[in-house]
Design a protein around this ligand. Structure first.
Ligand code: FE2
Ligand code: FE2
Length: 192
C-alpha cells in the first residue's frame, strides 16, 4: 500500500497464497466485511439480552460488554468506509437473529445469557486468531486492531465463565448449537 510508511519488513499479506486463492485485496475485503457483521451481531445479542435483563444484577456487566462491542463495531464501520468495502447483504438478518439469540438466552435465565456469551466469544476468538495469522506486516494496523479486539472478546468469555455460564442446564448442547450458528453466520457473511 502506498501510505507513505516505510516498506513492511516481514511477510506480506497473501504472500503464501496458492493458485485459486483470493487476491490479498479480496481477502482483506472479506475480513472487514465479516468482522463488521460479527461486531454488529454482537451488539444486537447484547441489546437482546438487555431488553430482558435490564434490571437484573448482571445488567451492568452486560452493559459494559455491549459498550465494548459498540466500539468494535464503530471501528469496523470506519474501516468499511476507509477501505471501500460493502457490508454484507445479510445485515438485516443479523439485526433480527442477533437480538433474538440474545433475548432468547436471557429468557432462559442469566446463566444461559452468559453461556451464550461464552459460546459466541469462543468462536470469535478462533476466527480472529485465524485472521491475524493471515495478515502480513503490510497490514500491521489491521492486525493490531484484531489483536486488541480479540483480547476483549476473551475478557467477555471469561466474564461469562465467572458468572456461572457452565452451570446452565444443557450447557454443552446450548453452546454447541450457538457455536454452530455463529460459524454458519461467519461463513455466510464473508461470502454474501
Ligand atoms: Fe467484539
Ligand atoms: Fe465480544
Amino acid at each position: 500500500m502506498t501510505n507513505g510508511l516505510p516498506p513492511p519488513s516481514g511477510p506480506v499479506t497473501g504472500a503464501d497464497r496458492l493458485p485459486g486463492d483470493p487476491s490479498p485485496r479480496a481477502m482483506i475485503e472479506r475480513m472487514i466485511r465479516v468482522d463488521h457483521a460479527g461486531e454488529f451481531g454482537a451488539v444486537r445479542i447484547y441489546e437482546g439480552q438487555l431488553a430482558v435483563l435490564d434490571h437484573s444484577p448482571r445488567a451492568a456487566v452486560i452493559r459494559h460488554m455491549a459498550g465494548q462491542e459498540r466500539r468494535h463495531l464503530a471501528e469496523f464501520e470506519r474501516l468499511l468506509v476507509e477501505r471501500r468495502v460493502r457490508p454484507t447483504a445479510l445485515t438485516p438478518l443479523w439485526h433480527v437473529a442477533g437480538f433474538a439469540l440474545g433475548a432468547a438466552t436471557a429468557l432462559m435465565g442469566e446463566r444461559a445469557a452468559m453461556a451464550c456469551t461464552v459460546a459466541v466469544e469462543e468462536v470469535i476468538d478462533e476466527h480472529y486468531a485465524g485472521q491475524r495469522d493471515r495478515l502480513g506486516a503490510d497490514e500491521a494496523a489491521l492486525r493490531e486492531t484484531i489483536d486488541r479486539f480479540r483480547l476483549e472478546e476473551l475478557e467477555h468469555r471469561d466474564t461469562g465463565l465467572a458468572h456461572e455460564a457452565e452451570r446452565t442446564p444443557g450447557y454443552e448442547l446450548l453452546t454447541g448449537a450457538i457455536k454452530a450458528g455463529c460459524r454458519l453466520a461467519i461463513w455466510l457473511s464473508s461470502r454474501i
